[in-house]
Design a protein around this ligand. Structure first.
Ligand code: SF4
Length: 219
């Protein structure tokens, strides 16, 4: 993919400062850039407010929005960030600026040609998401050992599906694997116990920012 000019505009829902709620730097102060738009409609989506609207900003303006937080970590999220063509240029520019950059993506769009300095946190959509057929399995071949695959698990059926994928695709040999209970459900304790019973090589995680602030935008 050709490089995008630094004055390319992206549609941004919000730029905010919070604690990283998920993945390896969980608990660390992080600047978040939420890109507008997503081609998926997961039944449990907690960011429907990012489907539409937003403000068109240049990459330079986005960096200006992030700078006051003086954060070491920057997380580009959505929506589905990769749905906007300028996302790769934004990621590269953030890396060039010295940030430790992560990308949260649905796993439905290609992760090819993303700057190798970016840590990718990629979902694999489970049956209960309603978007199982959107998983782009070719992406697994493109993951780096520092990247992470995340399963959001709503029930026992999701768990068994995720466990099968984990084993059949040898995911733990590729990268870190996160099993996360759906927010607001009652599966957290069960999921923790299933993981221990089955001796799975995965990381259980809860969404830390929601435990602290609840499920509200801007955190
Ligand atoms: S991929 Fe993410 S933003 Fe898009 S519908 Fe699913 S949960 Fe929502």
């Amino acid at each position: 993919m050709a490089d995008k000019p630094a004055d390319e505009r992206l549609r941004i829902t919000e730029i905010f400062h919070s604690l990283q709620g998920e993945s390896r730097p969980a608990g660390c102060p992080t600047a978040f850039i939420r890109l507008t738009g997503c081609p998926l409609r997961c039944v449990y989506c907690d960011t429907e407010y990012a489907f539409h609207g937003g403000a068109r900003m240049t990459i330079a303006e986005i960096l200006d929005g992030v700078a006051p937080f003086a954060a070491r970590y920057v997380c580009v999220t959505g929506g589905e960030p990769l749905a906007q063509p300028g996302c790769r240029a934004l990621l590269r520019t953030l890396c060039d600026a010295g940030y430790e950059v992560s990308l949260e993506t649905s796993g439905a769009l290609t992760i090819a040609e993303i700057d190798q300095r970016v840590t990718i946190v990629m979902d694999l959509k489970t049956p209960a998401s309603g978007e199982l057929d959107k998983n782009r399995w070719q992406n697994l071949e493109l993951l780096k050992s520092e990247d992470q695959v995340k399963f959001v698990i709503a029930d026992r059926g999701d768990y068994e599906w995720s466990r099968s994928v984990l084993v059949e695709r040898a995911l733990s040999e590729r990268c870190s694997v996160l099993f996360s209970p759906i927010w607001g459900g009652d599966t957290a304790r069960e999921l923790a116990e299933w993981i221990l019973e089955d001796r799975l090589d995965v990381r259980f995680q809860m969404q830390l920012h929601k435990i602290v602030w609840g499920d509200v935008p801007g955190h």
